[in-house]
Design a protein around this ligand. Structure first.
Ligand SMILES: [Zn+2]
Length: 493
């Protein structure tokens, strides 16, 4: 018996068609008109859109942060929240431990994910400590299904790599059909600016933005783009926020370099002045790196997703309590060395691990990141498609198809076609919904789109033919999410 989606409108990156869609087992086996219902379970999709499950290629679940705490959502709650928002696959960043190997990092991420996973997932490898042995280890990742490396040009003395290392990494990656992702901010300048601001008593969340100006993002983006041109290595610039970096990417693309980029939802909406600059400590909610920018930059980003300069929209989801540090957390931290915070919080519903409050009086101690995994597609549909900035097809391309193509999992993921995984979002374009911390599935005490009214929401979400979300009901199971092994030599878009 199959699962037959009848009377819906199928939206892919290239087409909008009225057709039925049949799923047998975990795969889409037939798309056509007036398919025979005999022997199949029918899902009536009248008035609904059918879209491929979303793919968020930039998340940090259960991430141990430099701020001496761990991000709230793990491969359990993060996956559930993602699915309620129409995202059925994501790629998280394995962080190589300082002094350890890439496989040490991979082992740690496998432990975090495999028993909890409820949606499908894959890993990028964030290389933090490069030497000749690690260089040799890089190509062995392909056997593990990992084909993307992330390198930091920021966070001096922690993760930052120098230009020679970046260049050599790209050379090795290019040789093996891998892609290099960069966090592009000039870490030397950031490392000079932050202490200078703090010494002047400029310690509020607003000054986090001042410590990382758009110029240092533009400069680092340009440097990475040039190295991509020199080495021929495909480059994907993560979380691009501003005109300075978009211009650098656009120049590289015009020169024919294999360079691509993403922005994240929050950078289209939030501002340095109003949000980071909110009264009191409120701005800490919006601290992430690079920082949120200006209305002018929002327009630049919308233009860049329209004209093809940017290929994808992700979230950089990495959430911390705004008011954390409740209960005997200091004793716990001393005993458990910053691990098992979930177990700590399960002891008492009021207990919370440390969060954003760690940075009161010193912006450099605010854990970086914000929640957003659940809202990405709803917010971008409302402000992209409903507001007439992008077509529904371009929406699917940015949130599903391009992420799958760029990172080597297309057409298994990222589209609705015969032979693809049956990751399907039944989307009601007329459903009205108010985003709120009261109704979110993320483990958080705030969201950054509080009170926003949106029209259009996933009402049923399927992963490989299995129902995960049905209205407000959850049908997922821990351990059902599968690791997606990705292929090298993915196309440059
Ligand atoms: Zn990130």
């Amino acid at each position: 018996m199959g699962l037959l989606f009848k009377n819906g409108t199928i939206i892919t990156a290239s087409d909008t068609i009225e057709a039925d869609l049949l799923v047998e087992g975990e795969i889409i086996t037939l798309i056509g008109n007036n398919l025979d219902t005999d022997g199949h379970e029918v899902v009536d999709c009248s008035g609904m859109y059918l879209m491929p499950g979303g793919i968020d290629v930039h998340t940090h679940l259960e991430l141990f942060d430099f701020g001496n705490t761990t991000s709230n959502d793990d491969f359990d709650t993060g996956h559930k929240a993602a699915a309620f928002g129409g995202t059925t696959s994501h790629i998280d960043f394995v962080i190589q431990p300082i002094g350890g190997t890439l496989h040490d990092g991979l082992d740690a991420w496998r432990k975090k994910s495999q028993h909890l996973a409820q949606i499908d997932y894959s890993f990028h490898m964030a290389v933090t400590d490069l030497n000749d042995d690690i260089m040799k280890e890089i190509p062995t990742l392909i056997d593990e299904g990992i084909t993307s490396l992330k390198v930091f040009m920021a966070y001096k003395n922690v993760f930052m790599v120098d230009d020679a290392t970046l260049y050599n990494t790209m050379r090795v990656a290019a040789e093996h059909g891998m892609i290099v992702m960069v966090h592009a901010e000039n870490g030397d300048v950031e490392a000079a600016l932050t202490p200078a601001l703090l010494a002047e008593g400029k310690t509020t969340p607003y000054h986090h933005g001042v410590s990382r100006p758009p110029e240092i993002e533009g400069e680092a983006t340009n440097r990475a783009v040039v190295m991509s041109g020199l080495t021929g290595c495909p480059l994907y610039v993560v979380h691009m926020t501003c005109e300075e970096s978009i211009d650098a990417l656009r120049r590289g693309r015009a020169a024919g370099y294999p360079v691509m980029g993403e922005s994240c939802t929050q950078y289209f909406f939030l501002t340095h002045d109003d949000d980071l600059g909110a009264d009191g400590f409120e701005g800490a909610k919006y601290v992430c790196s690079p920082p949120i920018r200006s209305k002018h930059d929002h327009n630049v980003l919308w233009q860049a997703v329209r004209d093809g300069t940017l290929q994808a929209v992700s979230t950089d989801h990495c959430n911390y309590w705004f008011e954390g540090g409740i209960g005997p957390w200091e004793e716990w931290q001393a005993e458990h060395k910053n691990t098992a915070w979930n177990t700590y919080e399960k002891q008492d519903p009021s207990y919370r691990r440390p969060g954003k409050e760690r940075g009161k009086g010193d912006f450099s101690k605010i854990p970086n990141g914000m929640p957003g995994l659940e809202e990405r597609m709803m917010v971008m549909w409302e402000h992209g498609v409903n507001k007439g900035r992008i077509s529904a097809n371009r929406f699917v391309e940015l949130h599903c198809t391009n992420p799958a193509k760029i990172f080597g999992m297309y057409p298994k993921k990222g589209t609705l076609s015969v032979g693809s995984d049956a990751d399907i979002v039944v989307f009601d374009p007329n459903k009205e919904h108010v985003l709120s911390v009261e109704t979110t599935h993320m483990r958080t005490d705030y969201i950054v789109y509080e009170g926003w009214e949106i029209t259009g929401k996933p009402v049923k979400v399927y992963q490989r033919g299995n129902l995960l979300v049905d209205g407000e009901e959850w049908h997922g199971k821990n351990g059902n999410g599968q690791f997606v092994a990705r292929k090298p030599n993915a196309p440059v878009l």
